[in-house]
Design a protein around this ligand. Structure first.
Ligand code: ADP
Ligand code: MG
Length: 395
C-alpha cells in the first residue's frame, strides 16, 4: 500500500499543517544542545513555503502535563532556532487549537507544544477534528512518533481534507521498506545488545525473512546457552533458552543460519581497569563474564557481512562503551561501512556506536525513529503510517 507524499501535492495558497518531530535535547537552562531533528525537518517546511503554502508546524517537546504549559515545555527556543535556519522569523502561537491566528501564504508559524493539548495522547476525536479544521493539507513528518496513535499523529490524518507524508517520513519508510519488504539477498540482520527479552519480537519477526541472523552481546550469550555452551557469569536469560533454540531451529529448517561466537572476550568485572582475556567459546570459566566477541568471531561475521545484499543492524555486539570490549563492535561496524550492501541501522546504543566508530556517512540509512524503527522491524504496522495509507487508498 502507498501513501501520498507532500512533494507530489499542489500547495499554493493551501493551509499546510506539518506534524514534525522537533523534540531536541536541551540543557537545564533550556538551551538546545543538539539540533539534528530541527535540521532534518527543514526540507518539508522549506518545500511547503517555496510552494506558496501558509505553513503551520508543531511538535511535542519533553513530557508536559496535558492542560498546562510549564515554561520548560515551550517550543519558543525551537521556533527561534528554526527561524535562524530558515532566515525568517517563526512566530510562536499559543492556544491554537480553536484557530484565531493568522498565517499568510509563504509564511510559517510554530504552534506551541502539541502534547500540552488535552486529549492529544488519547487521540481524542473532538480535538483531532478541531485541529484538522485548521488545514487543507495535513503532513506527518515525524517518523519517531509513528508508533503512537495520538491526535496530531493519527486523528488529524483521519479528518484533514488531505493527509500525506513529509519528506523525512517518506525517506524512512522508503529505506525500511527497501530493506525488509523486497531486499537484495542475502539479507543479513545483526540483532545484538543487552537482552533477548527486549528483542524477542524482532528476532521472531526477522527469523523467517533473513538469510543470516547474527546475534551478539548479551543476546548471543543466551543463544550460546541454547547451543549447550558454558557462559560463566555472563549476562543471559536462561528462561529464554527455549525461545533461542526455537529460532535456531526455524532458521535451520529454512537452510539459513544463526552463527554463534567461536571465541569471546571475558573479564571478571566491567570496569575501565578490567583485564580482558580472549578465550575459545568452549573455554569460558565459571567466574568469567563475556563482554565482547573475539577476533576470530569478528572476522567470521565481517566475512558474512561482506557478502550481504542488504544489512539490518540493531544492537552492539559487545560492551563497546569500554575500549577493552569495543573491538568486536568496531569490526562489525567497519564491515557494514565497507560493504556494498544497502544497510540500515537504528537503536539508541547502535547510533552511539556508529558515532563512536565514525561511520555515520557510510551506512545507507540511519533511522532516526528509536521506538518506531524497532516496531517497524518487529513487523508491526505503525498507526500513523497505517492511517496515511488508508487515506491514500480511499482517494
Ligand atoms: P540499542 O539501543 O541499539 O537497541 P540495546 O539497548 O539493546 O541496543 O543494547 C545496548 C547495550 O548492550 C550496550 O549498552 C552494551 O554495553 C550492552 N551489551 C553488549 N554486549 C553485552 C554483553 N556481552 N554483556 C552485557 N551487556 C552488553
Ligand atoms: Mg538501548
Amino acid at each position: 500500500m502507498g501513501f501520498l507524499r507532500l512533494i507530489d501535492l499542489p500547495l499554493a495558497g493551501k493551509r499546510v499543517f506539518i506534524r514534525a518531530d522537533l523534540n531536541v535535547p536541551q540543557d537545564e537552562a533550556g538551551n538546545i544542545t543538539e539540533d539534528t531533528r530541527i535540521r532534518a525537518s527543514l526540507p518539508g517546511i522549506e518545500h511547503a513555503l517555496k510552494s506558496g503554502a501558509a505553513v503551520m508546524v508543531t511538535s511535542h517537546l519533553g513530557r508536559p502535563a496535558e492542560g498546562k504549559l510549564a515554561p520548560g515545555d515551550s517550543l519558543a527556543p525551537i521556533a527561534k532556532r528554526l527561524g535562524e535556519m530558515l532566515g525568517r522569523p517563526v512566530p510562536l502561537v499559543q492556544d491554537w487549537v480553536d484557530g484565531g491566528f493568522a498565517v499568510k501564504p509563504g509564511e510559517v508559524v510554530m504552534l506551541e507544544n502539541c502534547r500540552v493539548n488535552r486529549g492529544e495522547k488519547k487521540n481524542d476525536e473532538a480535538l483531532a477534528r478541531k485541529m484538522a479544521a485548521l488545514c487543507d493539507v495535513y503532513v506527518n513528518d515525524a517518523f519517531g512518533t509513528a508508533h503512537r496513535a495520538e491526535a496530531t499523529t493519527h486523528g488529524m490524518a483521519r479528518f484533514a481534507p488531505v493527509a500525506c507524508a513529509g519528506p523525512l517520513m517518506a525517506a524512512e519508510l522508503d529505506a525500511l521498506g527497501r530493506a525488509l519488504r523486497n531486499p537484495a539477498r542475502p539479507l543479513v540482520a545483526i540483532v545484538a545488545g543487552a537482552k533477548v527479552s527486549t528483542k524477542l519480537t524482532i528476532l521472531r519477526s526477522l527469523a523467517p525473512k533473513v538469510d543470516q541472523l547474527i546475534v551478539g552481546g548479551g543476546i548471543a550469550n543466551t543463544f550460546m546457552l541454547a547451543a549447550g555452551l558454558s557462559i560463566g557469569k555472563s549476562l543471559a536469560e536462561p528462561e529464554l533458552v527455549g525461545e533461542a533454540r526455537a529460532i535456531i531451529d526455524l532458521m535451520k529448517a529454512r537452510g539459513a543460519q544463526v552463527p554463534l561466537p567461536v571465541d569471546v572476550v571475558v573479564a571478571n568485572d566491567l570496569s575501565v581497569l578490567a583485564r580482558a582475556n580472549r578465550v575459545a567459546a568452549t573455554e569460558v570459566r565459571p567466574d568469567d563474564k563475556i563482554f565482547d566477541i573475539g577476533p576470530r568471531t569478528a572476522a567470521m561475521l565481517a566475512a558474512l557481512i561482506a557478502k550481504a545484499g542488504t544489512i539490518v543492524w540493531n544492537g552492539p555486539v559487545g560492551v563497546f562503551e569500554y575500549d577493552q570490549f569495543a573491538a568486536g563492535t568496531k569490526t562489525v561496524a567497519h564491515a557494514i561501512a565497507n560493504s556494498k550492501a544497502f544497510s540500515i541501522a537504528g537503536g539508541g546504543d547502535t547510533l552511539a556506536a556508529i558515532a563512536k566508530f565514525g561511520i555515520v556517512d557510510r551506512i545507507s540509512y540511519i533511522s532516526t525513529g528509536g521506538g518506531a524503527f524497532l516496531e517497524f522491524i518487529e513487523g508491526k504496522m505503525l498507526p500513523a503510517v497505517a492511517v496515511l495509507e488508508q487515506r491514500a487508498a480511499r482517494r
